[in-house]
Design a protein around this ligand. Structure first.
Ligand code: ZN
Length: 342
């Protein structure tokens, strides 16, 4: 119970008043005269209370038009603490609801940022990346791959010449123009049949892929697919998504030292073929167009995909490679065959 506040009670509808005191009991305001007779007993919620204005008397008006007045504003405020507690408890409840809504909103915003924001920023940074950055990143990445999973190619010369001729045909249709892409042949027992694209236009094909190729269109399709990854800066996007902060510092400030952080990530991205389905489809679409422009049929790319899939993914599941992930193969093959009929 709060301290009593001294004041005057005005009877409803009259100017008649008596000396009185007001006491708050929980949510109830009780007004009584000096003899203790209760004059009003009202829920604080239902009392209209005048605001504190200088030395003006505070007025508590009840629903029956009776009112209590006091000059002791401080005491009135003390008395109202009870009401304020009630109000603030009310508030608190509502603010919990707001907090829950805020948390949900923040989670939704975070989800949108991760799904749309980060890829969007990564795409922008990839497009803004100076060629010198891409070259440095590619050199460092290739050095890492050469030290770890790649070995010198053991492909016989005639095969090598044929591979290079097919690569040149695909490269002629790249957006950067022939001469801006370079083929490197490597043996990579641990990677198996594979091809990967570095940001500067270097395409690595493993010896292990070659025996699977049964038609020129298939090899051209593989190269055109990797060239499309270069043209759309897919590997930069992937590595920037994984290292957004150093990427932003590097591209925006031109601080090339940040590249080493990305060079630590890119080999993993390339080996695991960790591109999203959307990026793979974009590369397939470009490759299908190149194969068509060269008079071939993109359906051959589907043949190669399925041949690799059958060979590699039989029981143990597909290793990460040019195929991307196993479940994608059927959809990609169907898409490529569809492109072949257009
Ligand atoms: Zn790909």
């Amino acid at each position: 119970m709060s301290e009593a506040v001294a004041g005057r009670y005005f009877f409803p509808g009259t100017t008649r008043f008596v000396a009185a005191r007001a006491v708050a009991e929980g949510d109830i305001l009780r007004v009584e005269d000096e003899s203790g007779t209760v004059l009003a007993h009202v829920a604080l919620e239902l009392v209209e209370i005048s605001p504190r204005l200088g030395t003006l008397r505070r007025r508590f008006t009840f629903m029956d038009a009776g009112c209590f007045e006091t000059e002791d504003s401080d005491a009135a405020d003390c008395l109202l603490m009870g009401k304020r507690k009630g109000v603030s408890a009310h508030h608190l409840e509502r603010s919990w609801q707001w907090a829950a809504v805020s948390v949900l909103f923040a989670a939704a915003a975070m989800f949108a940022f991760v799904v749309y924001g980060i890829p969007g920023i990564a795409l922008w940074l990839a497009q803004e990346t100076p060629p010198s950055f891409a070259a440095t990143l590619s050199e460092q990445t290739l050095a890492t791959l050469d030290k770890t999973v790649l070995k010198p190619s053991a492909l016989p010369s005639p095969d090598r010449l044929r591979v290079e001729a097919l690569f040149a045909r695909a490269a002629g249709h790249g957006r950067r123009g022939a001469g801006h892409y370079k083929l490197l042949l490597r043996s990579a027992a641990s990677l198996g049949p594979n091809a990967l694209a570095l940001p500067d236009g270097t395409i690595v094909m493993t010896d292990q892929l070659w025996p699977f190729v049964k038609a020129d269109d298939e090899a051209i399709g593989v190269f055109a697919h990797e060239i499309a990854h270069v043209d759309h800066a897919h590997s930069l996007q992937a590595v920037y998504q994984a290292a957004l902060v150093p990427a932003a510092i590097a591209v925006v400030t031109g601080d090339i030292s940040q590249i080493s952080q990305m060079a630590a990530i890119l080999p993993g991205v390339l080996i695991q073929a960790a591109y999203s389905r959307g990026l793979e489809q974009q590369a397939d679409d470009d490759a299908a167009m190149t194969v068509r422009q060269l008079g071939g049929n993109p359906a051959h790319m589907a043949d190669l995909l399925e041949r690799l899939d059958t060979k590699l993914c039989g029981k143990a599941g597909c290793p990460a490679n040019w195929l991307g992930t196993h479940p994608q193969t059927a959809a990609r093959a169907a898409h490529l065959r569809n492109a072949g009929t257009k």
